[in-house]
Ligand binder design. Sequence first.
Ligand code: SF4
Length: 239
Amino acid sequence: MAPTPDAFAPWTHTRLAALNAQFEPRSPKVVLDWAADTFGDDLVQGTGFGPSGIVIMHMLADLQPGTTVFYLDTDLLFPETYELKDELAETVDVDVTRVHGGLSLEEQAQQEGEELWNQNPDRCCHLRKVKPLKNFLEDKRAWITGLRRDQSPSRADAPILKWEPQCSVLKINPLAPWTRKQVWRYLFDHDLPYNPKHDQGYPSLGCVPCTEPVDDADGYSRDGRWSDSDKTECGLHTS
Ligand code: SF4
């Protein structure tokens, strides 16, 4: 029987468990420093320019200036998100890179029907996020995310390091143990910009049609995403 791609991964459960135990009490910067040393140019960060992603960008710019920081452009992000992206690209020493699936909204409407996000959000996320991500990560070895355990119940067990079978990369979640309060303290301490929509009741910002403001300011950081359905993830973090 042909071996699965995982069989070629050097990241055995034992090795990952040992590294995770070592990193758990350490600063996220220690994790990123290790990642930069280990992967060099094969290391990329993915972000939607949320608070966690901005903290990581800032740390990476110090540790390995010029690191590729990609965002998935669904053509449906908030105008404020695009403006923040431009500001960060100008002021933080990383290489902000647009990743797009090549399918325009008009083409999607012709092929799949109008407003696919209402009819079949999983399919929409697959076409506009998951598929482009997989293509982009094809020749990469490590993918940094801003995922944190306190963002939602489905993320409560997120490890710092995890082999990602969907994309055959090591997924690195340096802020997994951090709280929302720690992230915001870092942003304010370093005078970093953030999306103004967070001050208007949006704890998390994705695509415009699937993101709502929330009443409970003390809820989860992912509240407000697909709020009228059971969907909690776009498929990027569900393996
Ligand atoms: S978040 Fe909504 S609009 Fe964006 S890709 Fe997913 S379903 Fe489509």
